[in-house]
Design a protein around this ligand. Structure first.
Ligand SMILES: Cc1cc2nc3c(=O)[nH]c(=O)nc-3n(C[C@H](O)[C@H](O)[C@H](O)COP(=O)(O)OP(=O)(O)OC[C@H]3O[C@@H](n4cnc5c(N)ncnc54)[C@H](O)[C@@H]3O)c2cc1C
Length: 408
């Protein structure tokens, strides 16, 4: 049964994150954005609140909340700034949840525990200079070397790429299958920044998410023990798709936060800006924009919530996550753009946050499946050309008895 009421623990968590954003980020975000400054200490504070492992079980260093809690955190964080939610997406959604589901006990103890505690930052390396939507086009590879593997490759457009400690690295382990474009020749490895042959850099000149780090990394003959392979040999593509299902969920919840922030900024401005002796809130076309933001917020909130519910039940959410991500991201761009118009010329300056919302939210239409890719996927599902597959592994179903008190 779906329950639309958030639990007391959820509400307390939401309040905690909202207060954290208001106190620790909102006063500084304009300056960080202007200077493209990445404030690493923010994540230590988030770790103190348990956010870096919010939905990871306590036994692995997490706070033990459910997957809906992860969505709530992402919505709150991105209502403040996108860089916070991006870190949650790669650290928790794309990396930690994959370790939780696919990792051996040894891998969980070595990598997941410090990640969930926020002692180490983690990210996800799939994209390459010549392979984004076309994952199969990647060139990174691994060859056996005794009881280990030698890894080579270049990863591009990696969130936290220049600051993370741990990386999931996707590559070909079967070069014959690479030639045949058969994704069962791909594997996934856990890589550490300190490994010999690892190098990374920061990408500059981005449109938005300027307070966040986006980078690249390169592996040149990096030797890893066989214990660093995640899942079985040949399961890399499956793990990547599993990770993206969770990542898309976090992106959807975050984009919903942008719509809410755009609506709130528009309401506040419309109630104070006076034109012709009355506030602009009286003008029908201003109301129309605010009504659209309201509708889009409610719709996208329900879409990600449904997805969180499926995850709590241990059910596949591939279609739901794709739909929520697709709709929330395109509606967040529309809401941010409309919010600028509600603010008139003031909206076009960084004296108000709405221009930052627009610059920030554009990237989410591109990463974790572009708008076009999700459009085609949804059409294929509707046409019966694509089916929800029974994955070899799914997220561990959430047990409500594991809930934690957010204020504890
Ligand atoms: C800020 C930011 C952060 C990112 N963080 C990460 C990260 O942490 N880890 C990571 O691995 N990647 C990350 N990415 C990369 C991102 O996932 C890719 O950019 C995305 O997958 C698109 O790939 P591409 O840029 O190569 O575009 P392309 O795949 O070259 O697409 C270009 C255009 O062609 C269209 N297109 C491509 N293929 C098809 C098709 N088959 N059918 C129809 N249309 C198609 C696309 O929709 C798009 O409009 C990030 C990107 C950005 C912008």
């Amino acid at each position: 049964m779906i329950d639309f009421e958030l639990s007391e623990e959820h509400l307390a968590l939401e309040k905690t994150v909202r207060e954290f954003c208001a106190g620790e980020v909102a006063p500084f975000i304009k300056e960080w954005d202007e200077k493209a400054h990445f404030e690493r200490s923010v994540f230590d504070k988030m770790a103190d609140l348990g956010l870096m492992g919010v939905c990871i079980p306590e036994q692995y260093g997490g706070a033990g909340f459910d997957y809906v809690a992860l969505g709530l955190v992402c919505e709150e964080l991105e209502a403040c700034d996108t860089f916070l939610r991006v870190a949650m997406s790669v650290h928790v959604g794309l990396n930690s949840l994959s370790l939780l589901t696919w990792g051996t006990e040894e891998q969980k103890q070595k990598y997941l525990v410090p990640q969930a505690r926020g002692e180490k930052l983690a990210t996800f390396g799939l994209t390459e200079p010549n392979a984004g939507s076309d994952v199969i086009g990647m060139r990174s590879n691994a060859r056996r070397d005794g009881d280990g593997w030698i890894l080579n490759g270049e990863k591009m457009w990696i969130s936290l790429g220049d600051v993370a400690d741990h990386f999931l690295f996707f590559c070909w382990t079967d070069l014959e299958k690479q030639k045949a474009r058969d994704h069962s020749g791909m594997s996934c490895f856990i890589v550490e920044r300190t490994m010999e042959g690892f190098s990374s850099g920061t990408l500059h000149g981005k449109l938005g998410i300027k307070a966040g780090n986006t980078g690249y990394f390169s592996l040149q003959d990096v030797r890893v023990p066989k214990e660093n392979m995640l899942g079985e040999e040949g399961e890399g593509f499956k793990i990547a798709m599993f990770s993206l299902e969770n990542g898309r969920y976090t992106v959807a919840a975050g984009a919903t936060g942008v719509i809410r922030a755009a609506r709130d900024a528009s309401v506040s401005y419309a109630n104070t800006r006076e034109v012709q002796g009355q506030t602009i809130a009286n003008f029908q076309l201003v109301k129309q924009k605010i009504a659209d933001m309201e509708a889009d917020y409610e719709m996208t909130h329900l879409l990600w919530l449904k997805c969180g519910y499926l995850k709590n039940e241990g059910k596949s959410s591939a279609k739901a996550a794709s739909l929520a991500k697709w709709q929330a991201t395109i509606r967040s761009e529309k809401a941010a753009s409309m919010a600028i118009e509600v603010h008139g010329a003031n909206g076009y300056t960084n004296d108000y946050p709405v221009e930052r919302y627009l610059r920030n939210c554009k990237a989410a239409i591109i990463y974790e499946g572009t708008r076009d890719i999700h459009t085609l996927m949804q059409a294929d599902w509707a046409l019966g050309l694509k089916k929800e597959k029974q994955a070899r592994k799914s997220l561990p179903a959430y047990k409500s008895s594991e809930a934690k008190d957010a204020t504890a």
